[in-house]
Design a protein around this ligand. Structure first.
Ligand code: SAM
Length: 281
């Protein structure tokens, strides 16, 4: 068993380093020993594979990834964790910690420099305050990664992995599905973390598509998706008219040409419908 998952060991390390949790950085560290090995295994980390981890914390998941992958590059914003990670990852020579904000990093450059010629995957227990921006950055930057395996809040996982066209789907469902095939892997209870958050979590895997499933002008496509879901309760003709700042008659004409009912709700539309509307803008 990974000694780092043991709560006594974690408490000892944190108290020796005088570490206090930062709520604003989303610091809820995993203390359930079964989660990290499972997550690392399902992430695709293995021989010949490079892994990017976001927010290693004290390195509990990093440890498991180092055991499986060729190389792990972990991006941690909180510099107070650097001496902790020096200690907890001391036995590995295939790990590099970068002290930076993942949202500001040029990840394409990082991959070219750190993982030339390797398959690359992302694996992370994400800080919840930036779940969607991080996931969208990883996808929109069109990184040469094959899969993204991340722990997120249960509700976010359900939304991202909802079937397109179902009541549970939203703008993030459509946006993620444009770039990847999402899959809910397993749930993780709030008690698996220290300190325990108020909500449960889940691990999801995004299998990055080689090509989007529909062809569309991306700027227009995402503009339509954003406008369509901006007022979920409204019918699509009203939400698009408001969100795209267009006359309702013009929107109705476009919808009719795209074969979409003006009275439909955004969550019932398929990727093809959003692409058809975008093509007519
Ligand atoms: N991986 C550890 C675990 O599973 O126990 C910690 C996960 S904790 C939910 C999120 C981690 O992300 C924290 O270590 C936090 O300091 C770090 N973090 C927060 N914002 C960040 C950012 N913008 N860029 C990089 N790391 C960040």
């Amino acid at each position: 068993m990974n000694r780092l998952s043991d709560i006594g060991t974690i408490k000892d390390i944190l108290s020796r380093h005088g570490f206090t949790f930062s709520k604003s950085l989303g610091q809820n560290f995993l203390i359930n020993p079964s989660v990290c090995p499972r997550m690392a295994e399902l992430s695709g980390a293995g021989e010949g594979v490079g892994v990017i981890e976001i927010g290693p914390g004290i390195g509990v998941l990093t440890n498991e990834l180092c055991l499986l992958a060729d190389k792990v590059v972990a991006v941690e914003l909180d510099k107070r964790l650097l001496p902790v990670l020096d200690e907890t990852l001391a036995e590995y020579d295939n790990v590099k910690i970068i002290n930076d904000d993942v949202l500001k990093l040029d990840l394409n450059k990082l991959i070219a420099e750190e993982f030339p010629g390797k398959e690359v995957v992302v694996c992370a227990n994400l800080p919840y305050y930036i779940t969607s921006p991080v996931i969208m950055k990883l996808l929109e930057d069109k990184l040469p990664v094959t899969a993204i395996t991340v722990m997120v809040q249960k509700e976010a996982a359900q939304r991202i992995c909802a079937d397109i066209g179902s009541r549970e789907s939203g703008a993030v469902t459509v946006s993620v599905n444009y770039y990847a095939e999402p899959k809910l892997l397993f749930g993780v209870s709030a008690g698996s973390f220290m300190p325990a958050p108020k909500v449960d979590s889940a691990v999801i895997r995004l299998e990055v598509r080689k090509e989007p499933p529909v062809s569309a002008d991306e700027e227009k496509f995402f503009k339509v998706v954003k406008a369509a879901f901006s007022q979920r309760r409204k019918v699509i003709s009203n939400s698009l008219s408001a969100g795209l700042k267009m006359e309702k008659s013009a929107v109705t004409e476009i919808l009719s040409q795209a074969g979409v009912s003006p009275n439909a709700r955004a969550e019932t539309l398929k990727l093809e419908d959003f692409a058809a509307i975008a093509a007519l803008l």
